[in-house]
Design a protein around this ligand. Structure first.
Ligand SMILES: *Cc1c(COP(=O)(O)O)cnc(C)c1O
Length: 387
């Protein structure tokens, strides 16, 4: 199936098929695609170095920091999660575990990543669709010293957005790092890294930033950078270590060349353009737009009698919805039949609720008419399946 550029963006008909209402990769703007078609510049080319610096400054602005150290490195989002874990967390220390607050598959995955790297963890799991239980978190933090708390801002398997201001509140003043997976959040949710005193806010381009897959961006606090530079343990891997990147990135911000591993040239250029478009739209306007898309979708789902997994309105993510089909309708079948109609949604991935849910992505360049078309096709498909 060919995912052509939407016809309406080339000035033709308003409906596009296939319409990908997915968590990622989301539809990039034409100007972002154009960047991917350019040859990668030499890695020490001065204009390319300026472009890396631009990506860094834009990312810092998007996460709400004024003076963080930003890394933009090749790899998937998962590689980014592993990179943050192995770079900042001390393995083997049972007196100093890591607390993972999991609201779905991505929290569970971060805990798995830690486990495989010998980092001892305690995993607290929210019930499917629930956000954080702050009382439980306070009790856990009081009972034991943790070297870090790991949390997923928006878990795309549950559609839950966690209340980070509240979590930051209970962590304030503690000698515990706060590391956040913002891959499904940045560009659709408000992020205030400095206010939250978050030590790492990690994201990736192909979700609400609507950039290309293949990079991860991490914004690190001064405390995190100090720890990286002075880790009292030796790290067991090479390519995922963020420490050597810090100097390379600082150099790029000054317009100077530094080297650790080869940067992904075309991806950097496309990310700079995708982030520029986010900033041009304005973060506040963009977040409001995503909220409107979500509300319109949720209203349409309610009319069709479909429930949303995220159980409290305040915990519902702006860019992804995990839905429950009516009794007797198999979500996998629903996804298949909709694909035949040219609307691509995704089956569930939540560790517990995955088999009884399906997912709709509404982030990046999704528009209201895409939401209306999706609701329309869901309605028709449900009637067909029930007949
Ligand atoms: C998509 C996603 C990731 C990582 O994605 P990759 O497939 O490894 O690029 C991590 N966390 C969240 C919340 C995601 O939505």
């Amino acid at each position: 199936m060919l995912f052509a550029q939407p016809a309406r963006e080339t000035g033709q008909s308003p409906t596009i098929r296939p319409l990908a209402m997915v968590v990622g990769p989301t539809r990039p703007a034409p100007s972002v695609l154009a960047r991917l078609a350019q040859p990668a510049p030499p890695i020490n080319d001065p204009t390319f170095i300026v472009e890396i610096g631009t990506c860094i400054r834009q990312f810092r602005a998007l996460v709400g920091s004024t003076d963080s150290s930003v890394t933009v490195v090749p790899g998937t989002g998962t590689a980014g999660l592993e990179s943050v874990a192995v770079s900042l967390l001390r393995p083997g220390s049972s007196a100093d575990r890591v607390l993972v607050l999991s609201t779905g598959m991505w929290g569970d995955r971060w805990a798995d990543i830690c486990g495989r790297n010998g980092i001892r963890t305690k995993t607290w799991r929210a019930a499917p669709g629930a956000g954080l239980d702050l009382d439980a978190v306070v009790t856990l933090l009081a009972a034991e010293h943790f070297q870090a708390v790991l949390v997923t801002h928006v878990d795309s398997s549950s559609g839950v957005a966690v209340d980070l201001p509240a979590l930051a509140g209970v962590m304030a003043g503690r000698d515990t790092l706060l590391l956040i997976d913002g891959i499904a959040a940045l560009g659709a949710e408000a992020v205030y890294q400095d206010c939250w005193a978050a030590d790492a806010y990690l994201s990736a381009p192909p979700k609400a930033i609507a950039g290309p897959a293949g990079l991860s961006m991490t914004s690190l606090s001064r405390r995190a950078v100090a720890l990286l530079r002075d880790r009292p343990w030796s790290i067991g891997c090479y390519s995922l270590d963020l420490e050597p990147w810090i100097e390379v990135m600082h150099a790029a911000e000054r317009g100077e060349f530094g080297f650790f591993q080869s940067p992904a040239g075309c991806l950097i250029a496309a990310l700079a353009e995708a982030q520029r478009l986010v900033i041009e739209e304005g973060l506040t306007a963009r977040i409001a737009r995503h909220r409107t898309l979500r509300d319109e979708l949720h209203e349409g789902l309610a009319v069709l009698g479909l429930g949303v997994l995220a159980n409290r309105p305040s915990a519902r993510a702006n860019g992804v919805t995990v839905c429950m089909p009516p009794p007797g309708i198999d979500p996998v079948r629903l996804v298949e039949v909709m694909a035949r109609e040219g609307v691509i949604i995704q089956s569930g991935t939540h560790p517990i609720a995955g088999g009884s849910t399906f997912r709709i992505g509404h982030m990046g360049n999704v528009r209201l008419d895409d939401i209306r078309c999706t609701i329309d096709v869901i309605g028709r498909t449900l009637r067909e399946l029930a007949a």
